[in-house]
Design a protein around this ligand. Structure first.
Ligand code: NAD
Length: 260
């Protein structure tokens, strides 16, 4: 499906981003992965993806809180793979705390990484896509782009922002063969979710089991976590020609959470 195309996925050393990278590699795309982690583990992932795709596969450590590094990431992607056809703005972080205790540096980091990075990626990648007359931009938003939960003010604000940015971008490039959509998962079982369990236990005075069943899956009528592979498969569909009319959409994948 994606031979000859390049897919750039931010925050793809783990979780949902890694599942996106694997899905694109399986379709023969050149893949650029990004994110933090152990150098050996990342090289292992890069080599696995290269084996799968048979195409150029790069790792770039650009920090999504730094606009100049984001611009350089897109430039490198184009220079070394010949394009930047699919961009998944996926990198994201979380901090759980009431507003009155919320550290300002955490607020700034979440807005930068979860929201502003998507703008900077679009700013750099849209001209490249326009030149080819084809492009797919996917933002990993969240059910929190549509509704709120307490103690996640920065995350909820950033994800609502991502949804708005995605709509505005879709309108701007609607005649250029480029679609821009959010995928908004509910709770997906990844390190991001696992790591917020201790903070939620502390903030709400609950046990681990209570957080999993009464807080996380309480919101999800299916009582099942979404899987990273399900999110990636949805993203892959958006890259098909059959999905050319899906643009500016906030696509929920949340086990019915936002229907309730
Ligand atoms: P994760 O923690 O498994 O992965 C996050 C990735 O982002 C990692 O590769 C990490 O290294 C990278 N990253 C973090 N800060 C970065 C930075 N400054 N620059 C570059 N990369 C950075 O998390 P995940 O659950 O896979 O989340 C991926 C996206 O999906 C996030 O935007 C998250 O908000 C969103 N999301 C997750 C869930 C969920 O339940 N897990 C639900 C809805 C939306």
């Amino acid at each position: 499906l994606l031979k000859g195309k390049t897919a750039l996925v931010t925050g793809s050393t783990s979780g949902i981003g890694l599942a996106f990278a694997r899905a694109f590699a399986a379709e023969g795309a050149a893949v650029v992965i990004n994110g933090f982690g152990d150098a050996g583990a990342i090289e292992h992932i890069r080599a696995e993806l290269a084996d799968t795709s048979g195409a150029i596969t790069l790792y770039d450590p650009a920090d999504m809180s730094k606009p100049d590094e984001i611009a350089a990431l897109v430039d490198r992607t184009v220079a070394e793979t010949g394009g930047c056809d699919i961009v998944v703005a996926n990198a994201g972080v979380q901090h759980v705390s009431p507003i009155v205790d919320f550290p300002t540096d955490k607020w700034d980091a979440i807005i930068a990484i979860n929201l502003s990075s998507a703008f900077h990626l679009m700013h750099a990648a849209i001209p490249v896509m326009k030149a080819k007359g084809w492009g797919r931009i996917i933002t990993t938003a969240s059910a929190h782009s549509l509704i709120a939960s307490p103690n996640k003010s920065a995350y909820v604000a950033a994800k609502h922002g991502v949804a708005g940015l995605t709509k505005a971008a879709a309108l701007e490039v609607a005649r250029d063969g480029i679609t821009v959509n959010c995928i908004s998962p509910g709770y997906v079982w990844t390190p991001l979710v696992e790591n917020q369990i201790p903070d939620t236990m502390k903030a709400r005075g609950l046990t681990r089991e209570q957080v999993m069943n009464d807080v996380l899956l309480a919101a999800q009528p299916t009582k099942e976590f979404v899987t990273p592979e399900q999110v990636a498969a949805f993203g892959l569909f958006l890259c098909r020609d059959e999905a050319a009319s899906i643009t500016g959409a906030n696509l929920s994948m949340d086990g019915g959470w936002t229907a309730a």
